[in-house]
Design a protein around this ligand. Structure first.
Ligand SMILES: *Cc1c(COP(=O)(O)O)cnc(C)c1O
Length: 385
């Protein structure tokens, strides 16, 4: 009777396994032909001029900010309602993450919450497309143009998605994707930065491999030479061919995965939309949703139990859930370093208080989805005020 529904299961097919075995057999394990192929395929998939493969989205965010010229003393505006990766990379460069509140309806940053935070030190904005639904980009891009700010979008949740018919990964200066194990496609660990700017792409390629001269991975190939120069103090952020072997096939299955997640989301929306104890995820105009996360909002005023208690009961009934996100200004590191305190961002705090992320992934069976629906409905019905 009691089923066990994990929060996420990656969907790995025979093609990924065969490609991985091929990589292991041919002996080229680090950045090489498979990484180049994955970059080419990814750039074509989103329609960007360049794609730079890296070993995580966190590395990609760091590289992109560095390439955009963010330096010590600069300020970068980010939402408080995000994962710490978005903020920690700003501190890597000695710059300051300036937190902004988000919209109640979309959970996303928007131009009106960003504008009052702009100072002469502001260098860049990192919009995060929360759960996989894109921010309203046009007003953000317009604001950035007016104030001469760079825009780097954190698209860790957002493959695939569109805004006004344009694909994610083609707006602003650069966009960063994550292939962490729970994201919409995975390489175990990995990330990709897309950009139309040649200068950014070549800076990121160089800095991702120790700041070496030239196309450093070629140095190990047939035509390579032993000579290199260290032009900058770079990082070690390159993607391995082991990871790329997975990525090439995950990308080909990306739209298929999306359709399955969309079906799960539709079933959840139909079931939960009618309840007065919760609110289904907001659907913004002009965007499609990647459905990386399905974030249900509990209407705490209609419930006799708190969110944490409800999550505990769902856990006992075999449903693994998560909470996205604990706002950055709740965390000791952000409070200590930048003086943030609870109470400063009321919208994010209200969202956080009632938020529950439900399982959503392509390999969920219909019975699994039905079980989640029945169990959530039953648990909320028992918890009515
Ligand atoms: C997962 C995630 C990241 C970091 O991705 P990694 O590939 O694990 O470094 C960054 N931003 C957001 C919003 C994320 O959810």
């Amino acid at each position: 009777m009691n089923r066990k529904i994990p929060f996420h299961i990656p969907s790995i097919g025979e093609e990924e396994i065969a490609e991985l075995v091929d990589t292991l057999r041919n002996g080229w394990l680090t950045t090489g032909p498979k990484t180049k192929q994955f970059e080419k395929d990814f750039a074509a998939f989103v329609g960007a001029k360049h794609a730079v493969a890296v070993n995580s989205a966190t590395s990609g965010l760091h590289l992109a900010l560095e390439a955009l010229g963010v330096r010590a003393g600069d300020e970068v505006i980010i939402p408080t309602y995000t994962f710490t990766a978005t903020g920690e990379v700003v501190t890597y460069l000695g710059a300051r993450p300036v937190l902004a509140d988000v919209r109640r309806d979309t959970f996303n940053l928007d131009a009106t919450t960003i504008e009052p935070l702009i100072t002469p030190r502001t260098k860049a904005i990192i919009p995060v497309h929360v759960a996989g639904q894109m921010c309203d980009m046009d007003p953000i891009l317009e604001l950035a143009r007016r104030h001469d700010l760079r825009v780097l979008d954190d698209a860790a949740h957002t493959l695939p998605a569109t805004y006004k018919g344009r694909s994610v990964g083609t707006m602003g200066d650069a966009s960063v994707f994550s292939f962490y194990a729970t994201k919409t496609i995975t390489t175990g660990e990995g990330g990709m930065v897309t950009t139309d700017r040649e200068d950014l792409a070549s800076r990121m390629r160089q800095m991702s491999l120790h700041g070496l001269s030239g196309n450093a991975w070629n140095r190990y190939g047939d035509k390579g030479s032993w000579y290199y120069e260290v032009l900058e103090f770079g990082f070690k952020y390159n993607m391995t061919d082991i990871a790329a072997a997975l990525g090439i096939h995950q990308l080909r299955r990306c739209d298929g995965f999306w359709k399955k997640r969309r079906d799960v989301a539709s079933a959840y929306n139909a079931a939960f939309g009618a309840l007065d104890t919760c609110v289904t995820p907001p659907l913004a105009e002009h965007t499609t949703h990647s459905w990386h996360l399905y974030i249900l909002q509990l209407r705490l005023e209609a419930l006799s139990k708190g969110r944490d208690e409800i999550l505990r009961i769902l856990g006992e009934r075999g449903i693994r859930t998560s909470v996205h996100f604990i706002p950055l200004h709740f965390h000791p590191a952000y409070q200590r370093a930048f003086g943030y305190t609870v109470g400063m961002f009321p919208v994010s705090e209200e969202i956080f208080a009632g938020t529950v992320s439900l399982p959503i992934y392509p390999d969920m069976k219909e019975e699994d989805v039905a079980y989640v629906i029945d169990t959530v409905r039953e648990t909320l019905a028992e918890s009515r005020r």
